[in-house]
Design a protein around this ligand. Structure first.
Ligand SMILES: Cc1cc2nc3c(=O)[nH]c(=O)nc-3n(C[C@H](O)[C@H](O)[C@H](O)COP(=O)(O)OP(=O)(O)OC[C@H]3O[C@@H](n4cnc5c(N)ncnc54)[C@H](O)[C@@H]3O)c2cc1C
Length: 461
């Protein structure tokens, strides 16, 4: 097969934005390889039947659009949220990139409505948060909703399809390197495809693969944190003091007992709790739809842990905890906060007696204290108490906790500000490279790598 100028591994937001940027100006020969299915074939059975079919790879996280296709589509317009890109490009550059990426999302149909723009109200909530021992990160959010994200990613594909080659259902198994310079890829079905530049954008789904490849190629990954916690579900009215003006309240609390950082994550007003499967492990997540509203709001409370010597396996640790929940609950466990406080499991009857009606009905009523270490349970309880001062009712006995939610942040590789690895012309971007954890920064990372390649190819002319 003829060689490519650029091969992009993974068609999540990072890979797609790299492709959009690369095909904007120059006539480069670009190929995208995606191990999951094309966007129209990405049917998640759990969404229609309520039961996870454990597809391999998971239709939620794999396929055209990556994890972004089924994501809640909350574009967070702040350089403080969604990753560590500022460590590579600086705060000012990142702000500019976020503006640029936001413009592209709007060009492809993102709504003009932005939440969290009223400085006065945000300021008042920040004061209240401080009094409750929390920090409220001010942030503006453009919310697409899961359904609209899908349309936007389809439109991006339609723009790209005539300008480059796309192969879905093709997994890259090896990155080929010759004389310290990237040379191409070997796919799972045995194709050797040569390429002058490789952009590895495999997302969380492919983070372990990238890690293994990096080690094989002699690159030394640096450990990232792992975030472990629960998804909290309450009647939407309870969270309205926060969601009405902020939409996505980002609150950070430092626990008194362990000095751990606990944060709210992925707040889904009027949304649904959902499951997600990676490598046979089911974890919990949440969505809200632009057109379809429920009476509940859900959000994650996550405790961040960075392990120190000699432990090097934060992802394995997170998976171990998630597996434990799956072992005890055959999937996701649900527990009423009152039952957790009283030290007994929830039963279907106890859940039914509660005033919060679960939006995810496949979870097994159980006891999260058998799954999460005491440290996490204690941190989560403390944060719920603090949150109750801003949104009274959050710490109610009827609040539902689903477990576990785990966010694995891939090990990071040593990267240049252009996101090039120590191997010439091999770039590692997005969530899979461990440098981002959200749509905006992952998309921005694609732009950075693409611009670096465009710069290097135009210099060579
Ligand atoms: C349910 C859910 C809701 C979310 N909601 C939000 C939100 O509201 N706002 C927000 O900012 N972020 C959200 N996120 C996170 C966001 O989706 C991710 O940060 C973003 O998609 C990361 O982009 P990426 O391109 O780096 O990786 P991904 O989107 O994960 O894409 C990587 C792609 O690479 C493919 N791949 C992996 N390995 C290989 C291989 N070896 N060969 C070929 N292909 C490979 C995968 O199949 C996948 O399609 C959500 C995530 C999930 C799962």
């Amino acid at each position: 097969m003829a060689g490519y100028d650029v091969i992009i591994v993974g068609s999540g937001p990072a890979g797609i934005f790299a492709a959009l940027e690369l095909t904007k100006k120059e006539n480069l020969k670009v190929l995208i390889l995606e191990k999951g299915p094309d966007i129209e074939k990405r049917k998640c059975y759990e969404r229609t039947t309520g039961k996870c079919a454990h597809c391999k790879p998971c239709r939620i996280t794999s396929g055209w659009g990556g994890a972004g296709a089924f994501s809640d589509g909350k574009l967070t317009l702040s350089n403080e949220i969604g990753g560590w890109m500022s460590e590579y490009v600086g705060d000012k550059e990142l702000t500019g990139l976020i503006d640029y990426v936001d413009g592209v999302y709007r060009e492809f149909g993102a709504t003009d409505v932005v939440h969290g723009t009223d400085g006065g109200k945000v300021g008042r909530l920040q004061k209240k948060a401080t009094l409750a021992d929390m920090r409220l990160v001010p942030m503006q959010v453009r919310h697409l909703g899961t359904d609209r994200s899908n349309d936007i990613l389809t439109a991006m594909k339609e723009r790209l399809a005539p300008r480059l080659d796309i192969q879905t259902g093709v997994r890259v198994s090896h990155i080929l390197v010759e004389n310290d310079r990237v040379a191409g890829v070997l796919t799972g079905d045995g194709q050797v495809i040569t390429g002058k530049h490789i952009i590895a954008a495999p997302g969380r789904e492919g983070a372990e693969w990238l890690n293994i490849e990096a080690r094989r190629l002699g690159l030394k990954p640096v450990n990232n944190a792992v975030d472990i916690g629960v998804r909290v579900e309450v009647p939407a009215v309870v969270m309205e003091p926060l969601t009405k003006d902020l939409y996505e309240p980002k609150l950070i609390y430092t626990s008194k007992s362990f000095q751990d950082k606990v944060r709210t994550f992925c707040v889904c007003p009027y949304g649904v709790v959902a499951s997600e499967s990676t490598d046979g492990i089911t974890t919990v997540n949440g969505h809200s739809y632009a057109e379809k509203k429920t009476e509940n709001t859900n959000f994650a409370l996550l405790v961040s842990t960075s392990f120190t010597e000699p432990f090097h396996e934060p992802i394995a640790y997170g998976k171990y905890i998630a597996r434990l929940a799956n072992l005890l609950g055959e999937g996701i466990i649900i527990q009423r906060l009152g039952d957790l406080m009283d030290g007994h499991r929830s039963t279907p009857e106890r859940i039914a007696r509660g005033t919060t009606v679960p939006t995810y009905t496949e979870a097994t009523p159980g006891d999260l204290s058998f799954v999460l270490p005491y440290r996490y349970i204690s941190d989560i309880k403390e944060m719920l108490e603090a949150l109750d001062k801003l949104a009274p009712g959050v710490n109610s006995r009827n609040t539902l906790l689903y477990g576990v939610e785990v966010k694995f942040y891939s090990s990071r590789l040593k990267l240049k500000p252009t996101l090039e690895t120590e191997i010439k012309n091999l770039y590692a971007i997005g969530d899979g490279a461990g440098i981002t954890r959200g749509l905006m920064q992952s998309s921005a990372s694609g732009v950075v790598a693409a611009r670096a390649i465009l710069n290097s190819t135009s210099r060579r002319k």
